[in-house]
Design a protein around this ligand. Structure first.
Ligand SMILES: Nc1nc2c(c(=O)[nH]1)N=C([C@H](O)[C@H](O)COP(=O)(O)OP(=O)(O)OP(=O)(O)O)CN2
Ligand SMILES: [Zn+2]
Length: 146
């Protein structure tokens, strides 16, 4: 049986600020983030199984990533918990305070751990890519982190 990678892509809107950053991204600003999630496994081979021929049902992968990441971060304002901006935020209904600086890299690490928690063997998370702008993205590969 062949081993294959299966990818599902997502997008969501999110605002953030980089506390102490030496540039304009220290101010609250927003992005449309693109998240690409790839799992690796073998397609189901059991005749009569509703998941016959699937490494994972795209809709199952969608449910996991939506629940773990997209539904939580979509239209959120994400600030580092030590950012003085936190004290001045009033009237925002969806503020996430993180223990980490909300860079593309750190958000990606957080998202990977949330998704990985829900991926059960023999399926494995292979890679996750988070795109912050048209020209900037960060990628995580399981093989780099053995
Ligand atoms: N390594 C990182 N560098 C920067 C991050 C980050 O998360 N990781 N974040 C920012 C800003 O939040 C924002 O994403 C701006 O990024 P940048 O690519 O500089 O955006 P621009 O629109 O200015 O880029 P163009 O070159 O005009 O496309 C900054 N750095
Ligand atoms: Zn930004």
């Amino acid at each position: 049986m062949q081993v294959l990678r299966v990818t599902k892509e997502f997008d969501f809107e999110m605002a953030h600020a980089l506390h102490g950053y030496d540039g304009k991204c220290a101010n609250i600003h927003g992005h449309t983030y693109y998240l690409s999630v790839t799992v690796i496994g073998k397609p189901g081979a059991k005749e009569g199984d509703p998941k016959l021929g699937m490494v994972v049902d795209f809709s199952v992968l969608k449910m996991i990533v939506k629940e773990q990441v997209v539904d939580q971060f979509d239209h959120a304002l994400v600030l580092k918990d030590t950012d003085p901006l936190v004290a001045g935020i009033h009237g925002f209904s969806h503020v996430i305070k993180t223990s980490y600086q909300p860079t593309c890299e750190n958000l990606l690490i957080d998202f990977v751990s949330r998704i990985e928690e829900k991926i059960k063997a023999p399926l494995r998370l292979y890679s996750v890519c988070l795109r912050e702008t048209n020209t900037s993205y960060a990628s995580w590969f399981a093989d780099d982190n053995l």
